[in-house]
Write a protein that binds this ligand. Structure first.
Ligand code: SDX
Length: 427
């Protein structure tokens, strides 16, 4: 459904179309604005700007709603699995049994890395950041996948998606083991997605190692909860890169770099650092909250606040309940979880946070679970990237299906007016 909006610029009235989305979101379509008026719009941080129309994920930040392809996140968290959710996010419908079994087999069979690639991990220093290695290795892996790099037919995309989803786990586990000087373990296609990841990560040198299926299920759930989140910073980056015609692996490697930032996917690690610093320093929760409110402190309450959610992030609710369950199951009494709960209670009772609609987001509790599983803090954002891979693949595919133009925003120039070159001796 479209309507019209009336603008008056330099005394001249113009009409622009209004686009209405599935859930009654309204947008002013300014695609012709510059051609008709010479004006562009300016929106720092794109807080008011839609970059595209998308059918993948719907978020209502005021109500704390998140749906993948129309299905509420709460139902997917309770009933689905990561690879089933990945299929839904990428192809738009829940898979049939045959589709899911075929895709699962394709992902696990393609998780293996070419033996030549294993030597790359020897070149990384032990303290190399796993996000740098993940981004580098996604592009490096693509050198061995040339047969699917530029095709856009359905079979090709399913194959590319399967290879990427499979190999990111092997890259992550290889990075972890190589950093400890341990041999790299290749995947076992007979295992489930999360089970295989845990096996590659932790079975090294442990003959008695058995994957705890409840732990694997908790990790699979974390992946489901991270699968997509509409036009967040890293997904917008993937779309930006994809719009130039770059292949799927290059676009997702760019998404990894954007996700790394502490204001985005890096927040889950920053939350753990924050909890550990409170625990070690003995600073009270009250004092820490005071610092987070003080703009001059340079401290933010990491894992709190969100550009879109002005209510409790629905994913945070589910992860918080899972943290309680997993720590009980593993008989872990983690003082950091107690601190996290105290911080949340104090912030939610404080007018500074309430007035700004600052609530826990997906990153506030996820690190507690990953720490309990034994994932090192510097790999928390890698786990976020693995979970977000289906969303990045889906947006890369949607942009191509929509035959989108290359993304090329405009700007308002505020630099120097025209001036002449000045010879060195006259400067
Ligand atoms: C993710 O976009 C997505 O969908 C992202 C994500 C996904 O799934 O892809 O959901 C994943 O990135 C979650 C967010 C993880 N980041 C953090 O937890 C870092 C801490 N949070 C913030 O830095 C902040 O809340 C952002 C970055 C998440 C959102 O920033 P905005 O929308 O640009 O908001 P802002 O910085 O303009 O803040 C508005 C006000 C400011 O105060 P005033 O100027 O109004 O006085 O709220 C304050 C901010 O100072 N504020 C905080 C705060 N977050 C915002 N104050 C203290 N602690 C915080 N965490």
């Amino acid at each position: 459904m479209t309507d019209k909006a009336k603008l008056e610029l330099n005394g001249k009235p113009i009409e622009v179309p209004v686009i209405v989305g599935t859930e009654d979101e309204h947008a002013i379509d300014i695609s012709e604005l510059r051609a008709k008026t010479g004006f562009i719009t300016l929106d720092d941080g794109y807080g008011n700007t839609g970059s595209c129309k998308s059918a993948i994920t719907y978020i209502d930040g005021e109500k704390g709603i998140l749906r993948y392809r129309g299905i509420p996140i709460e139902q997917l968290a309770a009933k689905s699995s990561f690879l089933e959710t990945a299929w839904l996010v990428i192809w738009g419908e829940l898979p049939t049994r045959a589709q899911l079994d075929g895709f699962t087999a394709l992902v696990l069979e393609n998780a293996r890395l070419h033996e030549n690639l294993l030597r790359h991990f020897e070149s990384f220093p032990a303290n190399g950041h796993p996000m740098a290695e993940l981004s580098a290795m996604i592009n490096t892996v693509s050198c061995y996948e040339l047969d699917i790099m530029n095709g856009e037919d359905a079979k090709n995309i399913e194959s590319a998606a399967a290879r990427l989803l499979g190999k990111v786990c092997t890259i992550a586990a290889a990075s972890y083991n190589a950093a400890q000087g341990k041999p790299i373990i290749q995947p076992d296609p007979a295992l489930g997605y999360a089970d295989n990841f845990l096996q590659m990560m932790f079975s090294q040198g442990r003959k008695d190692y058995r994957v705890d299926h409840e732990v694997a299920a908790a990790l699979d759930l974390i992946f489901v909860l991270h699968a997509d989140h509409e036009q967040n910073c890293s997904t917008s980056t993937v779309r930006m890169v994809a719009s130039s015609g770059a292949n799927l692996f290059a676009s997702c490697a760019a998404g990894v770099c954007a996700l790394w930032g502490p204001l985005h996917g890096g927040a889950n690690a920053a939350v753990l650092d924050q909890l550990e610093s409170i625990h070690k320093s003995g600073v009270t929760v009250k004092d820490y909250i005071a610092r987070a409110k003080d703009k001059t402190s340079g401290v933010r309450l990491m894992g709190f606040g969100h550009r879109v959610y002005k209510n409790y992030d629905p994913r945070a609710k589910i992860i918080k309940a899972t943290a309680d369950r997993i720590l009980d199951k593993l008989h872990i009494n983690d003082p950091l979880l107690d601190i996290a709960r105290e911080l949340e209670a104090a912030a939610l009772a404080d007018s500074y946070f309430k007035d700004r609609s600052l609530y826990p987001n997906v990153d506030f509790y996820s690190g507690i679970i990953m720490r309990a599983i034994g994932i090192p803090v510097n790999m928390f954002t890698v786990m976020f990237a693995i979970g977000r891979m289906p969303g990045w693949i889906a947006h890369w595919k949607e942009l191509h299906d929509q035959k989108s133009r290359i993304y090329r925003p405009r700007q308002v120039y505020i630099g120097k007016p025209i001036r002449d070159y000045v010879a060195m001796e006259s400067r």
